[in-house]
Write a protein that binds this ligand. Structure first.
Ligand SMILES: [Zn+2]
Length: 140
């Protein structure tokens, strides 16, 4: 297993009527030339379903300079109807994300949980302050 010191939270940057599960993201990322497809390890659908992307043992492709030691989690959404970035997580997505992060925190207690924008300040992704929201699941 890789050494995991970071969990990065993303949105898929789609509007409320757009689908973005692992299969759609897999197509988008292959179109960018990433032969391993979907760069995230988990994708959380609007109904709270957690889809599996890359295996945890495999490096992701979701956060420049930080893929080697991290896990990438993406929730489906992130834009409003007009395409403006915002936190569009449904109640089911919030519950699923907290549950998944709880499990990953037990498995990788030294991993920080951060939003993508911490590492890419020009991006709004994921549209909320992940480090603050999950402060109880941060390493002590
Ligand atoms: Zn992102």
């Amino acid at each position: 297993m890789r050494s995991i010191t970071l969990i990065v939270i993303h949105s898929s940057a789609v509007r409320p009527y757009q689908e973005s599960g692992v299969s759609e993201i897999d197509r988008w990322h292959k179109a960018r030339g990433w032969k391993n497809g979907c760069g995230f390890h988990f994708v959380i659908r609007r109904d709270g379903t957690i889809e599996l992307g890359r295996p945890l043992s495999m490096e992701g492709a979701h956060c420049k300079y930080h893929n080697r030691h991290s896990i990438g989690i993406c929730y489906e959404g992130g834009l409003d109807m007009e395409g403006r970035p915002c936190d569009t997580r449904t109640r089911a997505q919030r519950q699923a994300m907290r549950h998944l992060l709880g499990q990953l925190h037990s498995q990788f207690p030294k991993a920080l949980i951060m939003g993508h924008n911490v590492f890419a300040p020009s991006k709004v992704c994921p549209g909320f302050n992940a480090a603050a929201e999950y402060r109880t699941l941060q390493p002590r």
